[in-house]
Design a protein around this ligand. Structure first.
Ligand code: CP
Length: 305
């Protein structure tokens, strides 16, 4: 049985199929109204969310299914009862589990002990659905992803890791421009490089903003990840030169801007750019819904072996 856990677990062809399906679902939603009729998922979040929670729920309803959101009032996952029992119980009632968790191990455990597909809706290491929606957004402007150059600026985090993995699978050029010591996860980067050597993708990590001159897309995310209480002003000096602003876009010649949100305006991105004509951030947010619909349809309709 297939899950959606890291991005490593899906082939290049699988990812492209998800992108085709997401595009078709966006174009012709009526065709898919009964796709998951009678099916249900549980959405289980340890961390806050606007985009991910909403889009999984609405994606499920657009496909004719039902989504149940479980908050943490019954206790954090693994506290009141084991993750194993969570997974086994939920598997008796639902057709899929969508989970946002603090530690990737929790996702792996849900998948190990559950008997229904599990979707990673963000953990400490990965945000795979986000990266797929990001590439869908890019693809709306560039047919051939192998010709696209995407530069990620700022803190190397779970989103950066997933952009590298997904970029590697799709044959794109992805460069993470991060301060020294604050880049993406080294093991994930090395594993993504191995994939890139087979797909023709080009992956780089650097602290040099000028390394991405002539790129197509600039991407950023918060400088302080969810769950870390460090005030943004405390890290401003470290990240300010990676802020997406007019000067950086003029300097690199980049045409389009992405941000996975929530955005901290005037920190990692200026309002002028976020609200301006180069910004694709709300298309990107919309595409979360179409990509999530494609993931749910593919996973919940799979023939189990
Ligand atoms: N980008 C993203 O995952 O947004 P939420 O935290 O609001 O779900």
């Amino acid at each position: 049985m297939k899950h959606f856990l890291t991005g490593f677990d899906w082939s290049s062809e699988d990812m492209l199929n998800l992108l085709y399906l997401a595009r078709d679902m966006k174009k012709d939603p009526a065709k898919y109204r009964s796709d998951l009729l009678g099916k249900s998922i549980v959405i289980l979040f340890e961390k806050p969310s606007l985009r991910t929670r909403t889009t999984f729920d609405i994606a499920m309803s657009r496909l004719g299914g039902h989504a149940l959101y479980l908050d943490q009032q019954n206790g954090a996952i693994g506290k009141r009862e084991t993750v194993k029992d969570y997974a086994r119980n939920l598997s008796r009632w639902t057709d899929g589990i969508v989970a946002r968790v603090f530690r990737h191990d929790t996702i792996e455990e849900l998948a190990r002990y559950g008997t229904v597909p599990v979707v990673n809706a963000l953990c400490d290491l990965y945000h795979p659905g986000q990266a797929l929606a990001d590439f869908q957004t890019v693809r709306e402007h560039y047919d051939d992803l192998s010709k696209v150059k995407l530069a990620y600026f700022g803190d190397g985090n779970n989103v950066t890791n997933s952009l590298l993995i997904t970029g590697a699978k799709l044959g794109a050029t992805v460069t993470a421009v991060c301060p020294k010591g604050y880049g993406p996860d080294v093991q994930i980067y090395e594993k993504a490089l191995e994939i890139a050597s087979k797909t023709g993708a080009k992956l780089t990590v650097t602290d040099d903003v000028d390394a991405v001159k002539g790129y197509d897309v600039a991407y950023t995310d918060t400088w302080v990840s969810m769950g870390d209480d460090t005030p943004l002003d405390a890290v401003r000096a470290r990240y300010m030169k990676y802020q997406i602003n007019r000067e950086l876009l003029d300097r690199t010649g980049i045409s389009w801007v992405l941000h996975c949100q929530p955005a901290h305006r005037e920190y990692e991105i200026t309002s002028e750019i976020m609200d301006g004509p180069m910004s694709l951030v709300y298309d990107q947010a919309e595409n979360r819904m179409h990509v999530h619909a494609a993931i749910l349809s593919t996973l919940l309709n799979q023939v189990r072996s």
